[in-house]
Design a protein around this ligand. Structure first.
Ligand SMILES: Cc1cc2nc3c(=O)[nH]c(=O)nc-3n(C[C@H](O)[C@H](O)[C@H](O)COP(=O)(O)OP(=O)(O)OC[C@H]3O[C@@H](n4cnc5c(N)ncnc54)[C@H](O)[C@@H]3O)c2cc1C
Length: 407
């Protein structure tokens, strides 16, 4: 171990990301308006660096890096652009289900192209009608011989308008049984796939998240990910093993950006003849934000490290996502107070935008209410499902074996 839960290769990666930020991202900031949300230039450049496919095993053409590497890239980018980091992590989510439950045919066909940044995937689960209630999904897939016909709509899909393939979870049988959903890989160019008009959002500048509709879209059965009825497992393995840490990573970057802004402001602005930071109340507030950043870093790096070691880390992943997002919201609120009137004008300070960005980390990959629900169930021994990290991230899982054997 050469650094803080990192190795030398991780620190080399961090240096590469920082120089990309300086050369490619900073000169393009601020990323404002729908055109910036729909501009794929930066996400494609990041993908070609191999940052979408960091966790793809070498056996499938990837770099075989782990979750610590993914965390480093995501939070470093989020520190300057939470929207771009959100876009990057959304594409990483798209490959997770494929990696965990896809057939060898699908993995060999698509993972090398994702690893080389030729194509961008999405995870397409949420519908306006379902949200946290995944078994409430109404978009359907009906089997017709060796093909399926897909109909219905999906909402709030990260990278919806720039991606090349969608990992879609659909209803394949009635009711709310454990096997009512199935996952499919659907190419964005396929007939019957249509992204709807993009809406402006108040948060995450540069992040494309929107609606995708399917109308009598026909796909071969070979595009199915996992068995019929395994759709919830595809969605959960993606959300739990990738989503929770990814959103925690974006929230960590937001927290670091808040601290950067607060330190700059309180050391430069003078009141009563001295810098703001020299006033004990303000010093105390900055100390609280610093503590939030440090504890968020510890949570995120520890959870990523446990995943890379193949440990059972479900509770740590839940806690990291929940706590870091909440600490980001709390720190942004404190920063609003510290900045006073300056906080209300985007040209004067980034704080109001960061507050909105922090709030945007709450709904995806499990709302705060859902995380507390699951953690409470875990405390009382009431959690029904087996550990997802034990199932898919342990060295016994074929994807992990492929990574280890390629090392
Ligand atoms: C930035 C961002 C990126 C996203 N990216 C993607 C993506 O790439 N792909 C994708 O498929 N989706 C994506 N989503 C959608 C995301 O998955 C949903 O927002 C999430 O599932 C929550 O659904 P909802 O927003 O409809 O909230 P709801 O599920 O309607 O929840 C509303 C409120 O009810 C509470 N609640 C709901 N159920 C329970 C319960 N059982 N117990 C206690 N409280 C409960 C929640 O805690 C919340 O406070 C994204 C969303 C955002 C904001």
């Amino acid at each position: 171990m050469d650094g803080y839960l990192t190795r030398r290769r991780h620190e080399q990666l961090r240096a590469q990301v920082r120089s990309f930020i300086a050369e490619e991202i900073r000169p393009r900031l601020p990323l404002k308006g729908i055109d910036a949300r729909l501009d794929p230039t930066l996400i494609r450049r990041m993908a070609r660096k191999g940052w979408v496919g960091l966790t793809i095993p070498k056996a499938y053409g990837g770099r075989g890096e782990g979750h610590v590497a993914k965390l480093i890239v995501t939070h470093e980018i989020a520190r300057v652009s939470p929207g771009l980091a959100a876009e990057l992590q959304a594409c990483q989510l798209g490959l997770a289900g494929l990696l965990n439950l896809g057939s060898e045919h699908l993995k060999h066909k698509w993972l090398p192209r994702i690893a080389h940044g030729e194509i961008l995937p999405t995870i397409t689960v949420t519908g306006r009608d379902s949200g946290s209630h995944i078994k409430g999904i109404t978009a359907t897939a009906h089997r017709d011989g060796d093909e399926w016909t897909i109909n219905g709509g999906k909402a709030w899909i990260g990278a919806s308008h720039v991606a090349d393939i969608h990992c879609v979870v659909l209803r394949t049988s009635e009711g709310t049984g454990d096997d009512c959903l199935t996952a499919f890989l659907v190419e964005a160019e396929r007939e019957g796939v249509q992204p709807l008009q993009h809406q402006e959002s108040v948060a995450l500048e540069g992040f494309s998240f929107g609606e995708v509709h399917f109308t009598n879209c026909r796909i071969p059965d070979a595009n199915r990910i996992g068995d019929v009825g395994e759709g919830e497992a595809v969605a959960s393995s993606s959300s739990i093993l990738y989503g929770r840490l990814n959103l925690g990573a974006v929230a960590l970057g937001i927290l670091e950006a808040i601290l950067d802004a607060v330190v700059q402001h309180t050391t430069q602005r003078h009141l009563y003849g001295k810098p703001l930071i020299k006033h004990p109340v303000v010093n105390d507030q900055v100390g609280k934000i610093q503590a939030n950043v440090t504890s968020a870093r510890m949570l995120a790096y520890m959870a990523a490290h446990l995943l890379d070691r193949g440990e059972d880390a479900d509770a740590e992943l839940m806690t990291a996502k929940y706590q870091i997002a909440e600490q980001a919201v709390a720190s942004a609120t404190l920063a609003m107070e510290i900045f006073g009137a300056y906080s209300l004008f985007p040209d004067e300070s980034p704080i109001a935008q960061l507050l909105l960005d922090a709030h945007a980390m709450r709904p995806p990959a499990g709302t705060p209410g859902i995380q507390r629900l699951r953690l409470g169930q875990q405390a009382a021994g009431l959690l029904k499902s087996d550990s997802w990290s034990r199932r898919f991230a342990s060295p016994r899982h074929s994807g992990v074996l492929a990574r280890l054997s390629g090392d």
